[in-house]
Design a protein around this ligand. Structure first.
Ligand SMILES: Nc1ncnc2c1ncn2[C@@H]1O[C@H](COP(=O)(O)OP(=O)(O)OP(=O)(O)O)[C@@H](O)[C@H]1O
Ligand SMILES: CC(C)(CO)[C@@H](O)C(=O)NCCC(=O)O
Ligand SMILES: [K+]
Length: 245
């Protein structure tokens, strides 16, 4: 049976899923761009549906991989409105496609006020009201980028070689610990502030919180319990586009 290949091309990693004729999704892989060349292209693919935010160099790696098979690649772009969701941006197409697709994925599951936090290369927050209106969002550097930004400008600041991640509620007793714990807590503070603004400025109390992205393991458990972990949400949004055709 022919399938659709769904591709979420992030800034760090490529995430994919297969969709069958009944619309069922099956996760396929989540790899870095450099790992793509060692990844087998799936058989029986009818079309590829892609949402991409990455740079030219990474897109060239992805394009080489996709062109192993004679399949059509349909790239999806952010729109003014689709599937009941309305984009808050004055220039709707400039909203990151990953953010747009995550909102479509969330809203197609539950028509509820929703806050989506995606903690990957960058960290984003997006607010979607119960009528499907995107109210806007925030963008900050991800935990890794925050650390790198300091290292790039401050010659005496360095990080752990093993790439270990920071700990919440621990004070750093060395440069790399101070840096990683500090940046992890900056992310946690961002999330807590997003919840505070939701409750004090928007007056939402009964709302859905969704977490996704590679840094979600760093979110403290009390906070994580308030929401749902949904790393495949972008692919789920992409499935709405793929189903339509
Ligand atoms: N084990 C880990 N613990 C904490 N943070 C991590 C871990 N692995 C990756 N990250 C963070 O997540 C970022 C990349 O996230 P990930 O690899 O999940 O891609 P992603 O969330 O899909 O992001 P993108 O969509 O931008 O590719 C890294 O830059 C780093 O900040
Ligand atoms: C913010 C990121 C990098 C998050 O992955 C992505 O959604 C993006 O490149 N967005 C474009 C700018 C915007 O969303 O306003
Ligand atoms: K992402």
């Amino acid at each position: 049976m022919m399938k659709q290949l769904l591709v979420d091309a992030g800034n760090t990693r490529v995430k994919t899923a297969l969709m069958d004729a009944d619309g069922h999704l099956e996760p396929l892989f989540n790899v870095s761009y450099s790992e793509l060349k060692n990844t087998t292209f799936p058989s029986d693919i009818e079309n590829v549906w892609m949402g991409a935010v990455s740079n030219q160099e990474r897109m060239a790696l992805l394009s080489d991989w996709l062109h192993q098979a004679p399949v059509e690649v349909r790239e999806v772009h952010s729109e003014k409105s689709a599937f009941g969701v309305t984009n808050a941006y004055e220039q709707p197409e400039s909203l990151g496609i990953d953010r747009w697709l995550a909102m479509i994925g969330a809203f197609s599951e539950q028509q509820r006020a929703t806050l989506i936090i995606d903690a990957g290369t960058a960290i984003t927050a997006d607010w979607l009201d119960s009528g499907g209106r995107h109210l806007g969002g925030w963008i900050v550097p991800g935990v890794d980028l925050m650390q790198q930004a300091v290292i790039d400008r401050a010659p005496k600041v360095f990080r752990h070689h093993d790439g270990s991640w920071g700990k919440v509620n621990q004070l750093g007793l060395s440069t790399p610990d101070g840096l990683s714990n500090g940046c992890t807590n900056a992310m946690v503070g961002f999330i807590r502030q997003a919840l505070a603004v939701t409750e004090t400025e928007l007056d939402w109390f009964d709302y859905r919180i969704i977490f996704s992205g590679g840094s979600t393991p760093l979110i403290p458990i009390d906070l994580r319990r308030r929401g749902e972990l949904r790393t495949e949400l972008v692919l789920y949004g992409l499935a709405r586009y793929a189903e339509q055709k």
